[in-house]
Design a protein around this ligand. Structure first.
Ligand SMILES: Nc1ncnc2c1ncn2[C@@H]1O[C@H](COP(=O)(O)OP(=O)(O)OP(=O)(O)O)[C@@H](O)[C@H]1O
Ligand SMILES: [Mg+2]
Length: 355
């Protein structure tokens, strides 16, 4: 069952279209990530789901119930949602347990039930021993867990998270990310997780929606976004993809023949004959020895940096006036200016007009 449905939804601010005819469905229980550069409309989509904004056009449904559109509007308090933000918004004078309990007020729950839910939520986020502490006695990661526990205690069908890890340092971010994954699996609640960090989005999400300038560029599982980007923007934004201008000379089914720098290559993807893009990631390219057979790309090393145990060389390929950059991993540091030959092991072709 779809838990959230956007049907051709637009939201305008004076002089600005923040969300532009966006449609998607979030199935029940999914970990759904909204990914895109700053200003692309992620928070606006979250606020539209929450009922903190009204769409100018289109329809939004939560569960089977239309909540916005066609003159209908259901307020945030009736949408059954929890929210977690970058700033934790905890009450400094209240204990951790009281902060979690605060969200349960006015819901007609007995005191015993409230105590139960607070205990369960703190358990779930791994803070059962810290209930009597106050927020200033906690680390940033622990505070973020309290904020999450406060949402979980209400047992909402959907939790909206807006860049919840942005205030944490890199190491803690990794730990908390894994925690969010565990908590999502245990709570079986739909998570809508907003981030501009592709690693965060790709690490945990079942589905990732990539946004750019208010538009939905692609909605797919992480592996597919990485291997088969639907547009040049997605290719560049996800997984450090490099794009080379190439000529498509033949295309049949999912395989395409392209010409690059006077050499023809067979690559995956479908594009009409004419100008195209070849998307290459470091894993698609290999340094080739002089003697090896097969098609090669000639290039020159322009940068080299040590990353994740390998040297990542950036290589300029192509003839003057039509050059492009490609990354390749090497066990050795690259010498700037060094001539290298590259063999293609993968790659993905896109039509040139799909910008
Ligand atoms: N209340 C507002 N009034 C006017 N313009 C707004 C308002 N809120 C957002 N915008 C504009 O709408 C666009 C989308 O904003 P939004 O906050 O959704 O982006 P975002 O993807 O969340 O960005 P970030 O990653 O920086 O948080 C931006 O251009 C922003 O300036
Ligand atoms: Mg935002």
């Amino acid at each position: 069952m779809a838990n959230i449905r956007f049907d051709d939804v637009s939201k305008r601010y004076p002089g600005k279209i923040a969300v532009d005819r966006v449609s998607f469905e979030v199935p029940n229980g999914t970990f759904f990530a909204l990914l895109g550069p700053s200003g692309c409309g992620k928070t606006t989509i979250l606020r539209l789901i929450a009922g903190l904004e009204r769409p100018d056009a289109g329809e939004i449904a939560i569960g089977k119930k239309p909540v916005a559109g066609h003159g209908r509007f259901v307020g945030p308090e009736h949408r059954g949602l929890g929210m977690v933000f970058q700033s934790y918004a905890l009450w400094p004078h209240m204990t951790v347990a009281a902060n979690v309990d605060f969200g349960l007020a006015g819901r007609g729950l007995s005191r015993a039930e409230r105590r139960n839910r607070v205990r369960e939520a703190l358990d779930l986020v791994g803070l059962s021993a810290e209930g009597a502490r106050r927020p200033h006695q906690l680390s940033g990661g622990q505070r973020q867990r309290v904020a999450l526990a406060r949402s979980l205690a209400v047992r909402p069908g959907i939790i909206l998270l807006d860049e919840p890890l942005a205030n944490l340092d890199a190491h803690l971010r990794q730990t908390m990310l894994a925690e969010f994954g565990r908590i999502h699996a245990q709570a079986r609640t739909t998570f809508v997780f907003v981030t501009h960090d592709q690693n965060e989005a790709m690490a945990l999400a079942d589905q990732v929606a990539v946004m750019d300038h208010g538009r939905l560029q692609q909605l797919a599982p992480p592996e597919e976004l990485f291997s088969r980007p639907a547009s040049p923007m997605v290719a560049r934004f996800v997984g450090q993809g490099r794009l080379l201008a190439a000529d498509v000379v033949a295309s049949a089914g999912r395989t395409t023949r392209i010409r690059l720098d006077d050499t023809e290559f067979q690559v995956e993807g479908a594009a009409p004959i004419g100008p195209g893009w070849l998307c290459l990631r470091a894993r698609d390219v290999e340094l080739a020895g002089d003697g090896a057979a097969g098609e090669r790309l000639n290039g020159r090393v322009v940068a080299s940096r040590f990353e994740g145990g390998d040297h990542r060389l950036t290589v300029e390929v192509g003839a003057a006036g039509a050059t492009g950059l490609v990354d390749v991993l090497s066990p050795q540091r690259g010498r700037i200016g060094e001539a290298v030959r590259l063999a293609l092991r993968g790659g993905w072709v896109l039509a040139r007009e799909a910008t």
